[in-house]
Design a protein around this ligand. Structure first.
Ligand code: SF4
Length: 273
């Protein structure tokens, strides 16, 4: 058994590289012609068994677009039976009442949806697909109608940072259980938009805005993701600049070698503050 402080609490598992969108920041550089997966259902079950020997974390089936993977619900059901808290991260395009029914049957507890702007012009420009914004709103309606809790994940660069507060407000109005603001880590297609990354001065202001917003938010959980320095803002309060002595989140990103099975896994180990 792993030492307690290093036991993973949350694992994101990229179960397919394929995706029906073409987002500018995609860390997996996903397209519809990307590799479907490099592991079988049997290997997926083996990986779940291996993880279960160490911990029973939240296991997020991600991608690519996980709903493109035909055996997704079999993987989800197996994880549920093994005692994991199973979740799906989707861009929302393929969500229907029937799909949510299958999610519930396989024990999915919560989904995350992508929303990168408060209007179609902003979101669709980011996702490089007209209609993606409407698809997210429609998916939220379907989740609400079927009693499936969902989180909204939002990513920002210079092109949509003006819309952060409005996106947060929209996430709340469509019934999100939580809103997670993602600070982009430029990997995959994100490496091509280095010049679009939010400046360090704006970044600091955004985290301070988030801190003030979080203190007033009573209904929706909120958290910046991939922004370990937010812990400094929370600890020292807004307006104070970095002075060292931080305790960072641990972040692992593992990609199996081609043909080795297992897909891509990201793990956050949240250390005590
Ligand atoms: S929806 Fe996700 S996986 Fe698909 S292209 Fe966008 S960021 Fe990549």
């Amino acid at each position: 058994m792993a030492k307690e402080e290093f036991i993973p609490k949350w694992i994101a598992w990229e179960v397919t590289g394929r995706c029906n969108l073409n987002c500018i920041h995609c860390r997996a550089s996903s397209t519809m012609t990307s590799h479907d997966s490099d592991f079988s259902l049997a290997e997926a079950k083996q990986l779940i068994d291996d993880i279960a020997e160490i911990a029973k974390p939240v296991l997020v089936l991600s991608g690519g677009e996980p709903l493109l993977r035909k055996d997704l619900f079999e993987i989800a059901k197996y994880g549920t039976e093994k005692g994991f808290r199973m979740c799906i991260a989707t861009n929302g395009v393929l969500v229907t009442d029937e799909v949510v029914g299958r999610m519930k049957e396989s024990g999915i507890r919560i989904c995350s949806l992508s929303l990168d702007g408060s209007a179609a012009a902003v979101h669709d420009d980011f996702r490089k697909q007209p209609g993606a914004f409407e698809a997210t709103l429609r998916a939220a309606e379907i989740f609400n109608r079927n009693g499936m809790q969902f989180i909204v994940n939002s990513s920002f660069t210079k092109r949509n940072q003006h819309d952060i507060a409005a996106t947060c407000k929209l996430a709340k109005s469509i019934g999100a259980h939580a809103w997670y603001m993602f600070m982009i880590v430029p990997t995959g297609r994100g490496e091509a938009i280095m010049s679009e990354l939010i400046s360090k001065e704006d970044y600091e202001e955004i985290l301070e805005w988030h801190y003030r917003m979080e203190k007033q938010e009573t209904e929706m959980l909120v958290r910046p993701t991939c922004a370990p320095h937010y812990y400094r803002v929370r600890r020292e309060g807004p307006g104070l600049r970095p002075r060292g002595g931080l305790r960072l989140l641990r972040f692992f990103h593992h990609r199996s070698p081609p043909g080795a099975g297992g897909g891509i896994i990201r793990v956050h180990v949240i250390l005590k503050e």
